[in-house]
Design a protein around this ligand. Structure first.
Ligand code: ZN
Length: 150
């Protein structure tokens, strides 16, 4: 019985090591000073899904200094960010049912954490992607690039 447990443990740890090595899981922080702590994410094209964890390290509430993590093609970034402002907090400042939105997390306030997982099936290696916070006014500063590598 103990030997079986050890095998299961080894199996589970080798799985999580693989995902870490392939950068399929990304962690990013936002703060009360309108900043993400990362300007670029690189994800292996071998990842079937990407999981992004957003941590709000500030203290201000979501309606004052809310942050989310939204991903679009770089060419869609500006129009989607502008449409997001009109969508309102109840829609996480994201235009609903908009095919240009590849992935998005909910808006969170200080001290909160949220996670979004999405498939890489519709992403391509040569394309430039932009991630940003769609809270009104934040996208000008809170943005970065995401790209796929081998
Ligand atoms: Zn924000």
């Amino acid at each position: 019985m103990k030997i079986i447990n050890i095998f299961i443990l080894l199996f589970v740890s080798s799985l999580s090591l693989e995902s870490i090595a392939a950068d399929c899981e990304q962690v990013i922080e936002g703060n009360d000073a309108l900043q993400f702590n990362s300007k670029a994410m690189t994800v292996s094209a071998a990842c079937e899904t990407i999981t992004v964890t957003l941590k709000h390290t500030g203290q201000l509430p979501a309606n004052i200094m809310g942050h989310n993590w939204v991903l679009t093609k770089s060419s869609d970034f500006m129009p989607v960010a502008q449409a997001g402002g009109a969508a309102g907090l109840e829609n996480d400042y994201v235009p609903q049912n908009d095919p240009r939105v590849i992935a998005y997390s909910k808006i969170i306030g200080g001290g909160e954490t949220t996670t979004v997982t999405f498939s890489t099936a519709d992403l391509s290696k040569g394309e430039n992607y932009t991630f940003f916070c769609s809270f009104p006014g934040h996208y000008a500063i809170m943005q970065g690039s995401l790209s796929l590598t081998d």
